[in-house]
Design a protein around this ligand. Structure first.
Ligand code: AMP
Length: 173
């Protein structure tokens, strides 16, 4: 399935989770075997020239795509979780949202110095979440070699915020 067809499986939900936000619902894409398969194949293809040991996937929809990619590309999977979910020694990073702050965490032993890591999520909007994940990887001595998203919302300043890292995204709005 090509990109144009894939786009038909992303559903717009206006005013969710709050007024003014158009939520990009990827459950129809995951529900359709061909769409899910094609999305993973196309995302994997975008990573073919990137050197990496691990995919650091972001809670929660990032886990779904990150796990499928890690399996397909035979890499390890790291979970970047919302605060309070990880049981072992961890690194926490707080970051700004439009209103208030949020926190993500990674296990401190998930990355060794020099490991090459790709950050993966379903969608990049302002880039705040991804930037926080980059900061944790760097703090642990890893190298972020790329970021991989199913969807990129353009014009929200994410690429400026993230800076000089390769950003791969399949569907752009
Ligand atoms: P950001 O940190 O602004 O790049 O937001 C990215 C995170 O929030 C990802 O984990 C997305 O799943 C989620 N997100 C932000 N905006 C949307 C949206 N319009 N539709 C669906 N998910 C979103």
């Amino acid at each position: 399935m090509g990109l144009e067809d894939l786009k038909k499986y992303v559903r717009d939900i206006p005013d969710f989770p709050k007024e003014g936000i158009v939520f990009k619902d990827v459950t129809p894409l995951l529900h359709n075997n061909e769409a899910f398969h094609s999305a993973i194949d196309l995302m994997a293809d975008q990573l073919k020239d990137i050197k990496f040991d691990y995919i650091a996937s972001i809670d929660a929809r990032g886990f779904i795509l990150g796990a499928a990619l890690a399996y397909k590309l035979n890499k390890g999977l790291i979970l970047v979780r919302k605060k309070g979910k990880l049981p072992y020694k961890k690194i926490t990073k707080d970051y700004e949202l439009e209103y208030g702050t949020n926190s993500i965490e990674m296990h401190a032993d998930s990355i060794k110095k020099g490991d090459n890591v790709i950050i993966c999520d379903d969608l990049m909007a302002t880039g705040g979440t991804s930037k926080a994940a980059i900061d944790i990887v760097n703090e642990l001595g890893g190298n972020v070699t790329a970021l991989s998203f199913l969807i990129e919302l353009e014009g929200l300043g994410a690429r400026e915020k993230i800076g000089n890292y390769p950003i791969k995204s399949l569907i752009k709005y």
